[in-house]
Design a protein around this ligand. Structure first.
Ligand code: ADP
Length: 248
């Protein structure tokens, strides 16, 4: 049934560092358009999982597919990003001296920026796209601000906007609300929720209240594999999850 095939498909993925299994037969299936949260204690393998999906770390064994046909283990990091699997790291990296608008312009896919753009530019398509993204990230009023003058939260949204300029199919987001105020956290929840459907979004986050506010489905990693999956209520009441978090 092709209507239910996952956009991201990890099967029995293992990664060892000096004999230590950071991932141990991890299997994970992300549906097209879904917003998935990944939680788990420190050392559970969340970062390693993101590194495998984006091609930064190669597994010893296992399968990693994007859609039905793209074997991500055959692509290098730039090719994976180009294929539409993009990652937002925890720390924002925007160009402080450029305006919000210019940051988004610069983030546009090179192939769209450089060549066909001569024509696209004439038609104003680029500006339209930037305008759309400015609306999505809630920075339309700040479009001419220097990025360096933005708050921490605004910088994070700008960086999400820079990824959106690349029209990703899958967006991997590392701890998006770390260091944010309560209000910024709420705004980030709205932003991520607005992306689902059009994009598949995978969020790794420690802030449980935040996870509860966005997640329909939560995956709990522990010792490099999936401990359990379900709604936030289901996983939070799972005795194995409680055990792992309380370190029993
Ligand atoms: P999480 O992101 O859930 O905290 P990580 O994926 O960062 O977990 O780490 C999983 C385990 O793998 C940890 O025990 C960590 O120390 C180990 N690990 C991660 N990266 C490396 C590396 N490059 N070399 C050695 N050990 C690593």
């Amino acid at each position: 049934d092709t209507s239910h095939r996952p956009i991201l498909y990890l099967e029995d993925v293992s990664v060892s560092f000096d004999g230590f299994k950071a991932l141990n037969k991890l299997s994970l299936y992300i549906d097209e358009g879904e917003l998935r949260c990944i939680i788990g204690p420190n050392g559970a393998g969340k970062t390693t999982m993101m590194d495998v999906i984006t091609g930064k770390t190669r597994p010893d064994i296992g399968t990693v597919f994007f859609g039905q046909t793209i074997d991500l283990l055959k692509l290098d990091e730039p090719a994976i990003a180009q294929a539409g699997v993009c990652r937002k790291f925890q720390k924002p990296s925007v160009f402080d001296k450029l305006s919000v608008f210019e940051n988004l312009e610069l983030a546009m896919r090179t192939d769209k920026r450089v060549w066909p753009t001569l024509f696209a530019q004439l038609r104003g398509e680029q500006t339209d796209r930037i305008g759309e993204v400015l609306q999505t990230i809630g920075l339309a009023d700040q479009r001419d601000f220097r990025a360096g003058a933005l708050s921490h939260g605004q910088k994070q949204w700008l960086e999400i906007g820079m990824l959106l300029m690349q029209e990703p199919k899958v967006l991997l987001v590392d701890e998006p609300v770390a260091g944010m105020t309560h209000q910024e956290t709420e705004r980030t929840a709205e932003l991520l929720l607005s992306l689902q459907g059009k994009h598949s979004v995978v969020v790794v986050e420690h802030d449980m209240e935040f996870v509860r506010s966005i997640a329909k489905r939560v995956t709990v990693l522990h010792e490099g594999t999936v401990l359990t999956e379900g709604s936030m209520d289901e996983v939070q009441n799972d005795p194995r999850v409680i055990q792992v978090y309380l370190g029993g």
